[in-house]
Design a protein around this ligand. Structure first.
Ligand SMILES: [Zn+2]
Length: 138
């Protein structure tokens, strides 16, 4: 499985990929903690306009910007929210699959241990005693 570069995640967040690529990246997110990390990293660095005085800013925007640009702005926020949701979902999926993995591993170990014909500790002792203890080379 090949990983995606950070700038790919940036393009993904900025919605600059075609549909197929988007789906590929999204699918990869659900199976790759490493890329999820990168993706979250990029999410944190997405530049939303810094607003010192939100009320004043809103008024200024209302007064100055044409309606079209207003829509664009709120779309970007919506888009960012969507990406946070995707990130959260991917985290959940990875966590849950991790938990399942843990359960499976434990059960398998239990099976291996309980299917031993002799107690596990004895088996270990056997293995140890196979190793020649006295190899009289001096
Ligand atoms: Zn990856």
């Amino acid at each position: 499985m090949s990983h995606y570069k950070k700038n790919m995640w940036n393009l993904y967040i900025e919605n600059k990929l075609d549909r197929n690529q988007q789906e590929e990246l999204e699918l990869h997110l659900y199976s790759c903690p490493q890329c999820l990390d990168d993706y979250m990293d990029m999410l944190e660095h997405v530049t939303l306009p810094t607003i010192k005085d939100p009320e004043q800013w809103t008024e200024e925007v209302m007064a100055q910007l044409p309606p079209q640009q207003l829509t664009k702005q709120s779309n970007k926020k919506k888009q960012l929210l969507l990406h946070y949701t995707i990130a959260a979902a991917a985290t959940m999926v990875l966590m849950v699959s991790g938990i399942f993995q843990g359960v499976v591993n434990t059960e398998m170990q239990y099976d291996v241990l309980s299917n031993q014909e002799q107690p596990f500790s004895e088996k270990i002792l056997d293995k140890i005693s196979i190793v020649p203890l006295k190899e009289g080379k001096e």
